[in-house]
Design a protein around this ligand. Sequence first.
Ligand code: FAQ
Length: 317
Amino acid sequence: MTTIDLEEQFMKRVAADEKVEPKDWMPEKYRKTLIRQIAQHAHSEVVGMLPEANYISRAPSLRRKAALLAKIQDEGGHGLYLYCAAETLGVERDTLIEELHSGKAKYSSIFNYPTLSWADMGAIGWLVDGAAILNQVPLCKCSYGPYARAMVRVCKEESFHQRQGYEILLTLCNGSADQKQMAQDSLNRWWWPSLMMFGPSDADSTNSEYSMKTKIKRFSNDELRQKFVDATKPQADILGLTIPDPDLKFNEQTRHWEYGEIDWEEFHNVVQGNGVCNKIRLRERNEAWDNGKWVREAATAYAEKREQRKNESKQVA
Ligand code: FAQ
């Protein structure tokens, strides 16, 4: 079979919603696009632990601390599933991690913003996890089997994260005037960066066309962003908070909330490494990696010892 025949067969399978599995033939572009997206996604989960980790020791009660700890551990777990999914495409995990630590790899722009108050733990859960869910639920139907399957569990956990964040804000909004103001300030800072999480507008998205053709992505960046605005506005109303967008208005004909212009210059600046926290995040990730060296060495030594004992007992038998 020629490459053209194989490619045609591959596209037919994708069109019929068959899952592509690691040992199946796939076009090189499909493999590379998946590695790029899955790795960026994994890095986002792992770097995403940092802004919240800052608040483990500052949580206002034991209950809040336990929930926050569980959420952050979930994010570490999501990173691990995703690195495993990327490995099924023939890339080494160490290579991906090296690319993250050297600053070569991308991760979500949202994690380069600072967490300035406890209300930010609420806003991250409500808005950032809320955006992540909208983006990731369609990924449960991604054409690549290991990525799609990893997303099923991830989405269930993100759903809990979103609710715990919303509940933090609901408590603050029903509290004192200062607490409500803290929640509003947090929404003011996280709203626009959350809209940017969905990526550049469709006209500027370089990867969407291929990703949608091969059913890696099921919706475009702008479609998902619109779903997010439509879902989030009524939730802000329940909190009694104002979305910081004077142009936000409901279009009776389209039944959608129209929103103002996104500051794409800010987005590109953050993606290029010039956001408020890019350098801090990379430094902290590198430090965490170095501090975990003894754990990796101990785990490797244990695995080698176990293998050696297994071989010895086989020889005796
Ligand atoms: N930040 O052509 P497109 C989470 C890059 S997980 C930085 O439209 P694509 C959980 C893009 O990579 C959050 N870079 O790209 C959590 C590309 O660059 P490249 C992460 C961005 O892939 C919650 C270029 O711009 N979620 O939050 C961003 O088709 C709370 C052109 O863009 C995922 O990764 C951005 N926001 O669409 C954890 C979900 N947007 O590689 C802790 C899976 C775009 O060509 C606490 N990923 N870029 O040099 C996706 O669905 C897609 O990759 C998009 C981007 C939608 C993010």
